[in-house]
Design a protein around this ligand. Structure first.
Ligand SMILES: [Fe+2]
Ligand SMILES: [Fe+2]
Length: 285
């Protein structure tokens, strides 16, 4: 039994509610098209991330669940339940997304997932639970800053099919609501900042590698110039109006010794999206 540290030091604002919204999206047909602005790169970028989510989110749930019984703080217990409920609905919707996508495009979902599955099997069989949780903490920060960029840089989804845009906004909103749960559990278990720093360095390489790999598979039948496609794509991601611009600082903040996910207080930014989906209070007090 691990001695749980007092989690009351969590800097999660008291008024952030984790609200699982059981949404379904009507996306089957649109996934057969370049649903983002008729643009192959933009579409493949989002689709490549979606491919990673069902397995990834199951891993997140399992790694937090491992410590659930040992959490003494009832508030953190409650937030863990909200986190698990949100992630399992995300899993379900992205599984539907991925199956429809791969059916429509004739690409092998199992093959894309097999690589990730092998990595996860290794982690489950060889790494201690706290190390698995540490990887989850790092990946949850990556998803939190990507979610933040979705709202901060709206150009990133400008031109996307409205139902697809709604799905990505829904997911980004809920990732923001639960962004500190795995972190707070990790701190409560006594997880060290060194461990999470190393995890972040490793999962950044891993996540980027898997996204690029999936994009290459999804774009394998692209008929135009690949050079132009990737140069244009990098401009879309990191250019003056890039979808991922401004991510470096919040990314690097994770490596600070006293970092906490809510140091990036984006409640106001997210509250403007909440009216679309309903849910808890996130407005700054
Ligand atoms: Fe999620
Ligand atoms: Fe998450």
């Amino acid at each position: 039994m691990i001695k749980m540290h007092n989690s009351s030091l969590s800097r999660t604002p008291q008024n952030v509610e984790i609200v699982p919204r059981n949404r379904q999206f009507n996306i089957e047909e649109v996934l057969a098209t370049n649903w983002h602005s008729g643009d192959a790169f933009k579409t493949a970028f989002f689709d490549a991330m979606s491919i990673l989510f069902p397995l990834g989110e199951q891993f997140f749930i399992d790694s937090v669940k491992e410590f659930r019984e040992q959490i003494e703080d009832p508030e953190l217990q409650r937030r863990v339940r909200g986190f698990m409920a949100q992630e399992s609905i995300h899993r379900r919707e992205h599984q539907r997304y991925n199956e429809a996508l791969c059916r429509a495009r004739g690409v092998p979902l199992e093959k894309m997932e097999a690589v990730v599955e092998r990595r996860q099997d290794f982690a489950r069989n060889h790494l201690p639970p706290v190390q698995q949780l540490s990887a989850t903490v790092a990946l949850e920060h990556l998803t939190a800053i990507l979610a933040d960029a979705t709202f901060r840089n709206p150009d990133g989804l400008d031109g996307a099919h409205p139902e697809m845009k709604a799905l990505w906004h829904w997911h980004a909103l809920e990732e923001t609501e639960h962004k500190s749960v795995a972190f707070d559990v990790f701190v409560a278990t006594g997880g060290s900042h060194w461990r999470r720093r190393v995890s972040m360095a490793l999962v950044t390489i891993e996540f980027t590698h898997h996204v690029i790999r999936n994009m290459r598979i999804l774009l394998r039948d692209y008929e135009g110039s690949r050079m132009k496609l990737w140069i244009g794509g990098l401009k879309f991601l990191f250019g003056e109006k890039g979808a991922l611009r401004g991510l470096m600082r919040p990314y690097l903040d994770f490596y600070k010794k006293d970092f906490h996910p809510w140091d990036h207080d984006n409640r106001e930014l997210v509250s403007s999206v909440m009216s679309e989906f309903g849910g808890g209070a996130v407005n700054p007090v």
